[in-house]
Design a protein around this ligand. Structure first.
Ligand SMILES: [Zn+2]
Ligand SMILES: [Zn+2]
Length: 313
């Protein structure tokens, strides 16, 4: 039986938000207020991802004094530079940067900036692709990206453009081994309407920032709006999923084919992957699959892509 990472790995899941703003850029609340809000909401870590721009004096939030034994912070920013295919600034989440990360150069492009941040050790995530109207070609230019922001809660509640799966899935089909993270992008301008709606659950042996970053880069996490995924395994082409009670458990890949189990408050399902190759039109098998579970309120959790050639035998 192939037990799928990160569920099969040692350690525990730590809940975190990688994308939120304070008064250091255009958020409504002071940094300590934002961090406290996440601590009290049951998170294990948060990153203030301020807009890294001259107009805010290139802020890299030093949240280290706000760490405690059971709550930590990552250091990073939201990077901006020209220019996407609709002639707008890039928005790129960079988690794990030095506090003295140098300001953008005059002619530095988004892909170059992302590369410099990756060289400095950061986890690189392409932010809110739908809100930014990114094309697949845009996505491929960020050649150091680890991940696509597949759910941005602030974009969802403001513009109903929170979903980034079109970009992730088509980049996977182009051969890029990326992962998908969910965030809030909270600014707290309308109370907490844009907060606590999307997060990552990172599997790590401890809550040290370095361990969390390594796990993020390795894809040892899943994304959620509420439900929890406990285990995924594959044996004899049957995928078994264990999760918190949900009404739908499905597996999708790089084609229209899917296998779905639905019911009321299901905490597990067995999905016959042979069904991905049956139907009116049978496409080539997808080399990757992902699991989505959805609860009665429509809240989802999403596994990262499972590459079948990487599954343990
Ligand atoms: Zn942004
Ligand atoms: Zn943002």
């Amino acid at each position: 039986m192939a037990k799928i990472s990160p569920f099969s790995l040692p350690g525990q899941f730590y809940r975190g938000n990688l994308h939120t703003h304070s008064t250091l850029s255009d958020g409504a609340n002071e940094p300590d207020v934002v961090v406290d809000a996440y601590r009290h909401a049951g998170y294990d870590f948060v990153m203030l991802s301020e807009h890294f721009m001259a107009q805010f004096d290139w802020p890299v939030a030093d949240t280290r004094p706000l760490r405690s034994k059971d709550f930590t912070t990552l250091i990073g920013v939201e990077l901006h530079a020209p220019s996407t295919s609709v002639c707008e600034l890039w928005h790129i989440v960079a988690a794990g940067l030095p506090l003295d990360f140098a300001p953008c150069g005059d002619n530095e492009t988004g892909p170059e900036l992302a590369r410099r941040a990756a060289d400095a050790g950061a986890f690189i995530g392409i932010a809110h692709p739908s809100w930014s109207q990114l094309t697949i070609e845009d996505g491929h230019t960020i050649d150091v990206a680890h991940a696509v922001e597949i759910y941005n809660h602030g974009c969802e509640v403001e513009t109903a453009r929170g979903d980034g799966f079109y970009l992730l899935d088509q980049m996977l089909n182009g051969g890029k081994r990326l992962t998908g993270f969910a965030t809030d992008d909270a600014h707290f301008k309308d109370h907490d309407r844009d907060a606590f709606g999307g997060w990552v659950q990172v599997k790590s042996e401890n809550l040290e920032p370095e361990a969390l970053l390594a796990a993020l880069k390795a894809g040892h996490y899943y994304a959620s709006q509420g439900p929890q995924i406990h285990a995924i395994s594959i044996e004899d082409n049957i995928m078994s999923v264990e999760c918190s009670p949900v009404d739908s458990i499905c597996v999708v890949g790089g084609t229209s084919r899917s296998v779905v189990a639905s019911g009321r408050s299901m905490a597990s399902a067995r999905l016959d992957l042979n069904m991905l190759h049956k139907g009116l039109y049978v496409p080539e098998p997808s080399p990757w699959l992902r699991v989505t579970v959805m609860d009665a309120l429509g809240k989802c959790a999403w596994s990262n892509p499972i590459w079948l050639d990487e599954c343990p035998a």
